[in-house]
Design a protein around this ligand. Structure first.
Ligand code: C2E
Ligand code: CA
Ligand code: CA
Ligand code: CA
Length: 279
């Protein structure tokens, strides 16, 4: 039994090595991926639950890896964060999303707000506010059509600094949303000092709406809390009519999820907007 344990341990170590090796390979590739143009953005519509209209899109990054094919952000964003690559990647995402949104407006589509994810390290970086201003002026996009989604993690690290930076972003006219709300540990009392406009209910609370009373209680409490703080509230990961019905009945303002649309490449999103706008 002892030998077996030892073998298991060696096997485990080999698996761990494979895992570390994979990380190293991805990390190595990450450095050149930006220069090689291997990243692209897909856009997922956000829909008003009362009017049914698309009022915005969330930009989500994809990595077209030369050997591994399309890699999702959950596999490389953490690596990009650890390595500091997130700063350059984040800047590319901001620039690309702003330019794309301006191009849709120039093409005569009804104006949309584009939301960009900003990870904690990116938010903390000194140049963030300047980078946002630069992306707006380079693209010619008006600030009101840009939103940043930040997680509670951002706020946890240094509350006062986070509030100051949020205020600078707001002062430019850019909106802010708290992403994955309910999964972090930000205190509810801190929430009232954030210059944000939207709370985003994490998809883990949306999944079992209609099934789990606990999750229903959490979702409806977040909706009430948001409204009392005069914030809008959006639910992510909406996949079923049942979830949508619950959210609508409980006063949620907006939704996003596969039920309405998967994240789409720019050209497909344009087609959807065209049919939607003139329907
Ligand atoms: P997130 O910001 O919470 O994004 C929502 C995720 O849920 C996206 O996964 C989206 O594709 C997925 N999703 C949308 N609708 C549904 C649905 O109905 N059901 C389910 N099960 N999932 C749905 P994705 O694109 O893989 O992104 C994962 C995470 O990676 C994002 O979570 C975000 O934290 C991060 N991320 C993505 N793009 C960027 C980026 O440009 N910059 C940064 N810093 N992070 C990013
Ligand atoms: Ca997000
Ligand atoms: Ca989220
Ligand atoms: Ca998430």
């Amino acid at each position: 039994a002892k030998d077996l344990g030892k073998n298991n341990c060696q096997f485990y170590t080999r698996e761990m090595n494979a895992c570390i090796e994979e990380k190293l390979v991805l990390l190595e590739g990450l450095r050149s991926a930006l220069d090689e143009g291997q990243f692209r953005l897909v856009y997922q519509p956000k829909v008003d639950l009362h009017t049914g209209r698309i009022f915005g899109v969330e930009a989500l990054v994809r990595w077209e890896h030369p050997e591994q094919g399309c890699i999702g952000p959950d596999r490389f964003i953490p690596l990009a964060e650890e390595s500091g690559m997130i700063i350059a990647l984040g800047e590319w995402v901001l620039q690309t999303a702003c330019r794309q949104n301006r191009a849709w407006q120039d093409a005569g589509l009804p104006p949309l707000r584009v939301s960009v994810n900003v990870s904690p390290r990116q938010f903390e970086e000194l140049g963030l506010v300047q980078r946002v201003a630069q992306a707006l002026s380079d693209s010619g996009l008006a600030a009101e059509w840009l939103e940043l989604e930040v997680t509670e993690g951002v706020i946890m690290r240094d509350l006062q600094q986070a509030v100051d930076k949020m205020a600078q972003v707001r002062a430019m006219g850019v909106s802010l949303a708290i992403d994955d709300f309910g999964t972090g540990y930000s205190s509810l009392s801190a929430l009232k000092s954030f210059p944000i406009s939207t709370l985003k209910i994490d998809k883990s609370f949306v999944r079992d709406l209609g099934v789990s009373e606990g999750d229903e209680a959490i979702a409806s409490s977040i909706i009430d809390l948001a409204h009392r703080l005069r914030l809008r509230v959006i639910a992510e990961g909406v996949e079923t009519e049942q979830q949508k019905a619950f959210l609508r009945q409980n006063g949620c303002d907006e939704m996003q999820g596969y039920l309405f649309s998967r994240p789409l490449p720019p050209e497909q999103l344009r087609q959807l907007l065209l049919t939607h706008a003139f329907a």
